[in-house]
Design a protein around this ligand. Structure first.
Ligand SMILES: Nc1ncnc2c1ncn2[C@@H]1O[C@H](COP(=O)(O)OP(=O)(O)OP(=O)(O)O)[C@@H](O)[C@H]1O
Ligand SMILES: [Mg+2]
Length: 396
């Protein structure tokens, strides 16, 4: 009959019946039996705990149904079997109300029937208990899952927030990076004005300051709206050689490098459909890197000595694209680093000198205009960056 142990309380005021009912369970050690001949003492035992209550309906003190009611209040999953002299409608109704498991008419015809019923009640109870514990576990799991879900959602919200902040950080760094060259140019020119008496020259410097300030403004406007995809309504036909010339002048000024040391070669009539300020940024970054690499390898330029450094910017057109190269004989890039140079914040320069954003900005601008950028380099020999922009003659 299994190892399950249920606590059975039998209440009947007729000693013969009580003996009979108890005898039925002789040798059945799966049930622990307590017998009572009155309601009051039975009640005290019920309070201690009961699994199945087998009670006479009519008891001298506390009625059987009353006992059952109390047992149900104390132990909601108790199973109740009522013993009754005759099966009246009243009894049946009361039994239904109490959700009584079954009832036994006395004297029982087959005494084994009683044992069977008690065991059926215990089976039902065991199943109900198991169901309940399954339910509880399920509820617990659900609660745990819900908590995990909530935690994930919070984490996701945090991540989105920090990603946004990181994006803003990158944007701010990008703007700072891009405006620093024209800003240095403005500063240099403003200082020159302070020491210049020639009105003609002062006017020339001032107009350069206006140009640089305009690029700063353009850079800020265009970088703040970076996420927007390029829309052709903003494009103009960019005169490539003249933008390259401006970029070279700007770099030379901001790095105090003699611009005549930068060689420019350009085929005539080269145009790219883009924003002027962005194409200028591309060349400012590439030329700046080239000058820095050249100075890094050959040392600073000294007025009275020949400088072995070389920076050369060439451009031309071939078939359906316009190309440009920025070549230097500077420190070069070791082959295993070539992959990383376009990553944001990748730099080999000391803190304060490089942020590692230059080439990332170049890459973003060039690819935005469906162009390509590639690099060839030999460590301690030099580097060549090559750009290609598609030319759509139909739109020109
Ligand atoms: N012409 C070059 N010659 C040698 N190394 C280069 C050249 N151009 C780029 N690099 C390498 O690629 C790295 C990344 O260049 P990038 O322009 O993105 O950043 P950076 O120049 O270090 O800093 P930033 O441009 O933000 O001031 C450089 O630190 C350098 O190691
Ligand atoms: Mg750079």
């Amino acid at each position: 009959m299994g190892a399950r142990r249920g606590r059975l309380i039998i209440v009947d005021d007729e000693p013969v019946i009580l003996d009979l009912l108890t005898a039925v369970f002789d040798g059945d050690d799966t049930v622990e039996i307590s017998c009572f001949s009155d309601g009051t003492t039975a009640l005290a035992a019920i309070e201690q705990g009961v699994d199945v209550l087998l009670t006479d309906k009519n008891l001298p003190d506390v009625g059987g149904l009353q006992l059952a009611k109390r047992a149900r209040e104390l132990h909601p999953d108790v199973e109740i079997i009522v013993i009754t002299g005759y099966a009246s409608l009243d009894t049946a109704l009361a039994a239904m109300e109490l959700d009584v498991f079954d009832y036994i008419i006395k004297p029982p015809k087959d005494i084994r029937d009683v044992r069977r019923k008690v065991h059926q009640a215990l089976d039902k109870q065991a199943m109900a208990r198991e169901n309940r514990s399954l339910m509880e576990r399920l509820t617990e799991r659900n609660a745990a899952l819900e908590a995990a879900l909530q935690e994930l959602q919070e984490l996701q919200a945090e991540l989105i927030q920090s990603e946004k902040l990181a994006g803003i950080g990158t944007l701010a760094a990008g703007i700072a990076h891009e405006i620093s060259s024209p800003l240095f140019g403005v500063m240099g020119l403003a200082e020159a004005i302070l020491e210049e008496d020639d009105q003609q020259l002062v006017r020339g410097y001032a107009s350069e300051i206006v140009d640089y300030s305009r690029s700063i403004k353009d850079i800020v406007i265009q970088l703040s709206g970076y996420s927007r995809t390029a829309s052709s309504e903003y494009f103009t036909t960019v005169d490539l050689p003249s933008v390259i010339e401006d970029a070279v002048k700007l770099v030379a000024r901001s790095l105090s490098f003699d611009p005549s040391r930068i060689e420019l070669r350009a085929e005539p009539a080269l145009y790219v459909n883009a924003r002027t300020s962005e194409i200028q940024q591309v060349f400012v970054n590439l030329v700046k890197n080239a000058v820095e690499a050249v100075v890094d390898r050959h040392g600073a330029v000294l007025d009275d000595q020949p400088f072995p450094g070389l920076v050369e910017v060439s451009s031309g057109r071939r078939g359906d694209h316009v190309w440009a190269t920025v070549r230097d004989n500077g420190s070069g890039i070791p082959a295993d680093r070539l992959k990383a140079i376009f990553d944001p914040f990748y730099t080999t320069k000391p803190p304060g000198r490089g942020t590692g954003l230059g080439l990332n900005i170049v890459y973003r601008i060039v690819t935005k205009y469906r162009g390509q950028v590639s690099v060839e380099s030999q460590d301690q020999q030099g580097t060549t960056f090559t750009l290609r922009f598609p030319v759509d003659d139909g739109e020109e």
